[in-house]
Write a protein that binds this ligand. Structure first.
Ligand SMILES: *Cc1c(COP(=O)(O)O)cnc(C)c1O
Length: 403
């Protein structure tokens, strides 16, 4: 009996994307094998994260990196690092801060550009930061053409500023190099949320190269790592601070020997207890699985990856056959270069919504990308679909979408 049967569960076909509520994506057998291997041994987590740092540094160009329990966890740890630095007492106080903290003298504000606010930035506040917004995004609200300017970000930086937050999206303004330049001039680190900005794989490097001090990626999205994994990459001192705020450091201080990957920890006076990152701790299976997935993702040829996704979508389209009232076409996902989508155009929002509901009621339930449903469109995202399910998915589309 399969574990799903034992639990009385039926699976779903996830053609929406690597959405968390649909359990993310599928793991390559090489990733599963690495996780299984890790699950049968015990390791020193500090050594494991040091190894992770070497792999992440190689894949991103950053000085250091750690595996986290997701991009949201990476954001929380990034904020904690910028708020407490290498001050163990400040780490112990988070999410409360005191004006007299040695590091930064009461720096507790993170500057965010108003048009980039999103509910994931809550992770910064969980760590204890207060968000200070800048800019009037009237290009987004309609009456104007501008967004925040770099000079506004600069003007918002003061003695209480712990960091600048920048959301990596193709439309994000001001551009990261401009924001990084004003932040650098004022000695304030920039935290970049690049959770879903892969592919292209070049984005693993891009934000560090453009001046980010810390970058957060999801492991469970396009990288193909475990659902509950992520990456925090960046400056060695900040990554080291983040690490000790997640690791269990319940040991006599004399026994704590930082590896070279986290050398700045040698300057710690005392050790923090269970840090604010304890509630998003990462397991050895996730660390190992993410590292194997990251290497595979970084080394993969983008054309080969695109060809596999395209072939999967073509198999779905062939299995569906012509569907009355629906125009089907393979189109590039505008935001993610290299990711094709199979777009189902109903030209009618109601018809698209009806088909979407029918697909969800199908057994196994089928979830299509419904982000364009009000424009009368659904899409098949190939990233979390098994090749073996292409025919079943096509048949479900034929059965549920005909007008
Ligand atoms: C998905 C996402 C996150 C959260 O990533 P997890 O790895 O699921 O924690 C954070 N920020 C943005 C912009 C995202 O798209």
């Amino acid at each position: 009996m399969s574990v799903l049967e034992e639990l009385g569960l039926t699976r779903v076909i996830n053609a929406y994307g690597t959405n968390t509520r649909l359990s993310g994506g599928l793991l390559d057998p090489a990733v599963v094998a690495a996780m299984a291997e890790a699950s049968l041994i015990t390791v020193d987590m500090l050594d494991l994260q040091a190894a992770a740092s070497r792999v992440i540094a190689q894949a991103t160009g950053a000085e250091a990196g750690i595996v986290t329990a997701g991009a949201s966890a990476a954001l929380l740890l990034a904020a904690a690092a910028c708020l407490a630095g290498l001050d163990a007492a400040a780490m112990n106080r988070l999410p409360e801060l005191r004006g007299e903290d040695r590091f930064g003298g009461g720096r507790r504000e993170i500057v965010a550009i108003r048009s980039q606010r999103n509910m994931y930035d809550r992770a910064l506040r969980v760590a204890g930061a207060r968000i200070v917004e800048v800019g009037i995004p009237d290009r987004v609200s309609g009456p104007g053409v501008r967004d925040a300017a770099a000079w506004e970000v600069e003007q918002a930086i003061g003695p209480r500023t712990a960091a600048i937050y920048w959301l990596a999206q193709p439309q994000s303004l001001p551009a990261l190099p401009e924001v990084a330049a004003v932040a650098q001039a004022r000695g304030v680190p920039v935290i970049v949320d690049a959770a879903a900005q892969l592919p292209p794989a070049a984005n693993l490097w891009r934000f560090i190269a453009e001046g980010a001090d810390l970058v957060c990626f999801s492991g469970g999205k396009a990288i193909g790592g475990p659902q509950a994994s992520g990456i925090l990459a960046g400056r060695r001192d900040l990554v080291s601070s983040a690490l000790v705020q997640m690791l269990d450091l319940d040991l006599p201080e004399a026994q704590f020997v930082p590896p070279p990957e986290f050398a700045p920890l040698a300057t710690l006076r005392g050790l923090p207890h269970h840090g604010i990152g304890r509630s998003c701790k990462v397991g050895k299976e996730e660390v190992v699985g993410l590292l194997v997935a990251l290497r595979r993702f970084a080394d993969a040829d983008p054309d080969t990856r695109n060809a596999a996704w395209t072939a999967r979508l073509n198999a779905v389209m062939t299995a569906a056959g012509p569907v009355p009232g629906v125009a089907m076409a393979l189109l590039p996902d505008g935001a993610k270069p290299g990711l094709p989508l199979l777009v189902l155009d109903f030209t009618d929002a109601e018809a698209a919504a009806l088909a979407e509901a029918r697909l969800r009621a199908h057994r196994p339930a089928v979830h299509l990308d419904a982000s364009r449903v009000t424009r009368g469109m659904l899409a098949v995202n190939p990233i979390a679909v098994a090749d073996a399910d292409a025919a079943l998915l096509g048949a479900a589309i034929a059965a549920c979408c005909a007008g």
